[in-house]
Design a protein around this ligand. Sequence first.
Ligand code: FES
Ligand SMILES: [Fe+2]
Length: 351
Amino acid sequence: MISGMQAQESDLRRVGLHPDFWHPLAMSGEIKRGGMLGVSFAGEPIVLCRADKGEVFALEDRCAHRQVPLRAGVLCGDAVRCGYHGWAFGKDGRCLTVPNLGKGEATPRGVRAYPCREAYGLIFVFTGAPEKAEAVQLPCIDSAADPEYKTRFLSKRINCHYSFMHENLMDMNHQFLHRRYMGSIQPLLLKVDRGEDWVEGTYTFNRVAGRQSMGEKFMIGPRAKSASAHEHDLMVIRTRYPYQTLTFCRAGSDKPALDLWLSYVPVDREQRVNHSFGLMMIRRPAVPGLIHLFWPFIVLFTNAIFGQDQWIVEQEQRAHDAQGRDMNQEIFPIIRELRALLSRSGVPINL
Ligand code: FES
Ligand SMILES: [Fe+2]
C-alpha cells in the first residue's frame, strides 16, 4: 500500500532534469585544441569540439547520414568530418560537404548544434530549446574567479538519479555516515528560506566529542578572533534549480572559508546515472603559500567524505530500482521542500 505521504508526491526518481539550462558537460582541460570529446545529456549524445583557435562548439554526436558517432571522425578547422564517408558538418550543424555528391543533388540536412560556453574551467551546453539560451544566465560562481581562493575541480560519474545528490548534501543530519572522519558533530538547522526556484537551509554545528580531523581543520581554518561567544559557524546549503551550493563561514566572518558549487547532470535516458561536476573553493590562509602545504590533506579528506556519500547514494538508487518505486519515509521538512522543488522544476522522462 502506498502511504499518504507518498501518494501526495509523484516519484521524484522518475522526474527528468529540465534541459532549459546551461549544464556543464565537461571540464575545459579535457579537450585540447583540435580535439573532440563525446559526452551525453539524459541519453542525448553530444560531441564537444575545440577548434584550432581554442573555441569550443557542441554538436549532436550522430552523423546525419547513418547515425554513427561524429566523435569517431576528424576535426578539420571548425568543421567535423564523419569518420565513415567523410561528410563535413560546421559548428552550426549544417552539412557543408558530401564527398562524391552527384551534380544537382541537394545537400542533406545537418545535425543539431547546441549553444556552448566555457567558464570557470567548465564547458557548459544549453541542452534545451536553443532559442531560449540567450535569456538564461550562466551560473555565477564568484569565488572561482577570486584570487583569495584556491579551487579544486570535482568531476565524477555516480550511479544514481540527480535528486539523491541534492538530498544528500542538503541533509546535514547524515553526519553519522561521516563519523569516522568528522567525529561526533551535531548539526542544528537554524532556518529554512525559499523562493520560487530555490530552497536554502542554514545550519550550525556543535562538536559533541572527538577532535577536528586534519582535513577539516585546514579546510575551514580557525575561528575569527573577533567572534563573540554567541556567534556561530554557519553552513548554508542552497539548491537553486538546477545547481546546488554550500558555503561555510567561520563565526564572526561573512566571507566563506569554503564555497562549493555543484551540478549533477543526468547521463543516461533513464537518468539513473549522473555526472557530478563541482568547484570547491577554499579560502587561502593569510600566510602565502600555506594552502599548498595543506592541499594534500584537503584532497584526502574531501575524497574520503565524497567517497562515503557516493557509496550511500548509489545504495539508495539500488534500493529504488529493486523496489520499483520510492519507499522513502522522508520526515525532515527541508528535504520534503527540496523534493517538491525538484519535482515541480523537472520534466517527464521520455523513454
Ligand atoms: S555515416 Fe557519416 S558520412 Fe556516412
Ligand atoms: Fe555527506
